[in-house]
Design a protein around this ligand. Structure first.
Ligand code: IMP
Length: 203
């Protein structure tokens, strides 16, 4: 069977990526970074989601020789001119402190009225092959930042984000409901046929 490496260390993201991708690629073994020898993972230094996804995917291919998917994602808030954006994971300063990130974001938006609390999540996915072929694409989930934290599912900013048309936050949706509308679900459903076609060729 062909193999593909998911080049992410974020456990919650990896869980979402695998649960969406595995059923879409039944013929392909999906590996995580714990399944391969450790290598120097690049810092997310690019100004765009797609740029960072490509960095991660290229580094994974270079280190392992396996086809790899890299991803980068984040929350873009209209009233903050698109930030936190690529800085979403470390918005409060320390890396991946979801509780602090959410507290800071709600404080920053305290005086912003409901009609200007629009935001969207973006997920970029890059697919790179040892042959040098590369593809990158991205998808969005629009919605609003509410005024408090609600829900126990998901991760990151899900507790403060109500997807468009929902009164519930993303953290109050079932995993199937979130995957059906999420930036990550849409991006992976778009990349899966490209992966299947490219790896199918090599079998
Ligand atoms: P990175 O893609 O590892 O750079 O980090 C993405 C960061 O964006 C996460 O740590 C979260 O703070 C945020 N994020 C990305 N996708 C989601 C999501 O689906 N729900 C909530 N937060 C997310």
């Amino acid at each position: 069977m062909s193999r593909i490496l998911l080049a992410t260390r974020n456990a919650k993201k990896l869980e979402e990526l695998s649960r969406i991708l595995v059923p879409l690629l039944p013929e392909i073994v999906v590996l995580g970074l714990d399944d391969v020898a450790a290598y120097d993972e690049p810092a997310e230094s690019e100004p765009t989601f797609e740029g960072n996804a490509l960095l991660k995917s290229r580094a994974a291919v270079r280190a392992t020789g396996l086809p790899a998917l890299g991803d980068d994602s984040g929350l873009c808030v209209d009233a903050l001119n698109g930030m936190p954006g690529v800085l979403s994971a470390r918005w409060s300063g320390s890396d991946k402190d979801d509780a602090e990130n959410n507290r800071l974001l709600l404080a920053q938006l305290r005086d912003v009225p409901d009609e200007r609390r629009g935001a969207h999540f973006t997920c970029a996915v890059a697919f790179c092959l040892p042959t040098g072929e590369e593809q990158a694409l991205s998808a969005e989930m629009p919605g609003t930042v509410i005024r408090e934290q609600r829900g126990t599912g998901g991760f990151g900013y899900d507790v403060v984000f109500a997807p468009r048309g929902e009164t519930r936050t993303a953290a109050e949706l079932s995993i199937a409901e979130k995957d059906a509308i999420s930036h990550r679900g849409k991006a992976l459903r778009a990349v899966a046929p490209l992966v299947a076609a490219a790896l199918g060729r090599g079998r």
